[in-house]
Design a protein around this ligand. Structure first.
Ligand SMILES: [Zn+2]
Length: 347
């Protein structure tokens, strides 16, 4: 199945018609809800497939949140197989994971509802999952993202906030008035803001990562710059209350002369309860010793985390994602099919 999935080109954000067709064929006869999504001038399709419990149990449903798209680029090629590996774009991220989940679900009956969520645009905007979340109508669920995790599982995730800030000055020839230059230089004001941010990084222990990623402003050396724009992001440890941080940073930005502050992205964190983590670990330990870690980047997991625990856990190799000749180990595909069956049965 992984081979067939890899052979269907699904670079983000192109149309995902063909791979959606493949999945809907695979789950013919199941309860499938389709959620169209406009992306620029094309429509992509997201899917919710409900696999109903055969025994009508009241156990908490399990969601598998998956993305059908691969990174945009020139890396697509037909799948190749050698003795131990399957090679091709998306093999690890995350068509291999999708194949393990689908095989597990199609070949077993379970005593709980399982939802397979397929989003169209994880690698670009992530809006598909938000649309899916709104349509789900569930209060409680356990979510698994079969992203490539190299035999680890992520049971928490940093948050991520990204800002765009502008400072304003007064444009004038630099030779006229040195005092005016001091006060009205938009780039000097932005330097003040950058210094404030680096001081803030050193004093806030919850801020695990900060990056100033873009600066643009001014015209040339003999003109006082009238405007400067900068983009930066901050990632906080799981469990950090974001409201306070947003409030504080905004206040400091204004105090340092920021005129326009835009929040470009707010990605929430998640953090599971230890009893949920322990149960998950016990089940996987029958296959290999599992190590938990905090996911440093932002993932779609936190879109689902208000319903219950989330685990980022899949058969792929993290280092293989987003590269040429991406591969996955065939034996991992097989063992993860079994692991997913156990998790659905026992979580
Ligand atoms: Zn992925």
């Amino acid at each position: 199945m992984t081979e067939e999935l890899v052979n269907i080109k699904s670079d983000s954000p192109q149309t995902n018609e063909k791979i959606i067709e493949y999945i809907t064929q695979l789950f013919r006869g199941f309860d499938i809800k389709e959620i169209p999504q406009k992306k620029g001038n094309l429509y992509v399709r997201n899917l919710i497939i409900k696999v109903k419990s055969v025994l009508g149990s009241s156990k908490t449903p399990i969601l598998f949140a998956m993305h059908l798209d691969t990174v945009p680029g020139q890396w697509f090629s037909k799948a190749e197989l050698d003795d131990t590996r399957l090679i091709g774009l998306g093999a690890s991220d995350m068509k291999g994971g999708i194949a393990s989940v689908c095989s597990a679900v199609l070949s077993h009956d379970f005593d709980r509802d399982v939802y397979l969520l397929f989003s169209a645009d994880e690698e670009t905007s992530g809006n598909g999952s938000k649309l899916i979340r709104r349509q789900l109508g569930l209060k409680k669920a356990i979510t698994i993202l079969p992203e490539p995790t190299s035999r680890k599982a992520y049971n928490a995730q940093n948050s991520c906030i990204s800002y765009e800030v502008t400072t304003k000055g007064g444009m004038q020839h630099a030779s006229i008035d040195p005092e005016f230059n001091e006060k009205n230089n938009a780039i000097f004001k932005m330097i003040g803001i950058c210094n404030m941010l680096s001081k803030y990084k050193n004093k806030d222990n919850n801020l695990v990562n900060q990056n100033i990623g873009f600066i643009s402003g001014g015209n040339t050396a003999n003109i006082v710059p009238g405007e400067c724009t900068m983009k930066f992001e901050q990632r906080f440890r799981p469990g950090t209350p974001l409201k306070n941080k947003l409030h504080y940073v905004k206040k400091e930005l204004i105090a340092n002369g920021a005129k326009n502050i835009k929040l470009r992205f707010i990605g929430k964190d998640f953090k599971n309860k230890s009893e949920d983590n322990n149960k998950f670990k016990r089940i996987v330990s029958d296959f290999f010793p599992l190590e938990f870690a905090t996911y440093k980047a932002w993932s779609e997991a936190s879109i689902f985390s208000d319903m219950g625990p989330c685990f980022i856990f899949g058969p792929g190799i993290l280092e293989q994602a987003h590269r040429k000749k991406e591969y996955i180990n065939i034996k991992d595909l097989i063992s993860f099919e079994k692991i997913y069956v156990e998790l659905i049965n026992k979580l």
